[in-house]
Design a protein around this ligand. Structure first.
Ligand SMILES: Cc1cc2nc3c(=O)[nH]c(=O)nc-3n(C[C@H](O)[C@H](O)[C@H](O)COP(=O)(O)O)c2cc1C
Length: 246
């Protein structure tokens, strides 16, 4: 049998990928949330990948709390779980609010670690106290083929529906793409070189577009070059700004 993970054309109820390389160890990753509570989550895509230096990894299928906490706190603990802990392990995979500590919620005893501040699972057969090294983000894929636009993408913004607006600086257009990268709208701008887009106005329904007039290398002549445009009547709103709080 052959199948392509992108298409999942295997005809089975579940993707066979997770079962192909097995057995996999199951670990509980403990981390400290930014506000203090201990976060505990099961991971089967974790492993020791080097002995010299000792190096372990875990893989979050999406940007989950364990990853964020490890990045922010600079440390995490891998707790090797035994068969006796399987029920608590399953229950701890449920998503809960950040301020809820899974060990408190599920009655899992934690113990202080020695090399890091993050506690370990008291009954785990072994605990690897880890300092965070790096996050590797993969699966970079083409989102939009810009070839038909005769221009690379320049400034962009996301609207309230999760669509992406892009200024195509060399073709005088701005375009809106749905979350799958399909073109939803192309707006022909009166200027030759739009450079950036952003929503604003009292109800966030105006799209502001900057444009280029002159740089040391480029002169965008023609009417409207360098203007700051406001486009209304698009029927779309922007996202409110999140204020930085410290
Ligand atoms: C046995 C088991 C193994 C799991 N392995 C993984 C894994 O390797 N990667 C992953 O992203 N999620 C995995 N999950 C799901 C996570 O535990 C779940 O999404 C959890 O809510 C993540 O918590 P966090 O947001 O605190 O990191 C697994 C769940 C179980 C029950």
């Amino acid at each position: 049998m052959h199948y392509t993970p992108d298409k999942n054309d295997h005809g089975l109820a579940y993707s066979p990928f997770n079962a192909l390389v097995s057995p996999r160890p199951i670990g509980w990753i403990s981390t400290l949330t930014p506000t203090g509570p201990v976060n505990l989550a099961p991971y089967s895509f974790y492993n020791a990948v080097s002995g010299h230096p000792p190096f372990v990894m875990f893989a979050s299928s999406t940007p989950k709390d364990s990853r964020r906490n490890a990045e922010q706190a600079g440390e995490f603990v891998v707790n090797l779980a035994g068969f006796a802990m399987r029920d608590a392990m399953g229950r701890s995979s449920e998503a809960v609010a950040e301020e809820v500590s899974e060990p408190d919620l599920l009655g899992i005893d934690m113990a202080p670690s020695i090399a890091v501040k993050t506690p370990r699972v008291a009954l785990a057969q072994a605990a690897l106290e880890c300092r965070y090294d790096k996050t590797v983000i993969s699966n970079k894929q083409m989102f939009v083929d810009t070839e038909p636009f005769n221009s690379g993408a320049d400034g962009m913004t996301i609207d309230a529906e999760g669509f992406l607006w892009v200024a195509f600086v060399n073709s005088g257009e701005i375009a809106r793409f749905d979350p799958l990268g399909r073109t939803a709208l192309v707006v022909d701008m009166p200027c030759r070189m739009p450079t950036n887009v952003g929503f604003g106005g009292p109800t966030l329904d105006a799209l502001y577009v900057t444009s280029l007039k002159q740089t040391p290398n480029i002169t965008a002549d023609g009417p409207g070059a360098g203007w700051l445009y406001s486009i209304t009547g698009l029927g779309v709103k922007g996202l409110p700004e999140t204020r930085f709080n410290g």
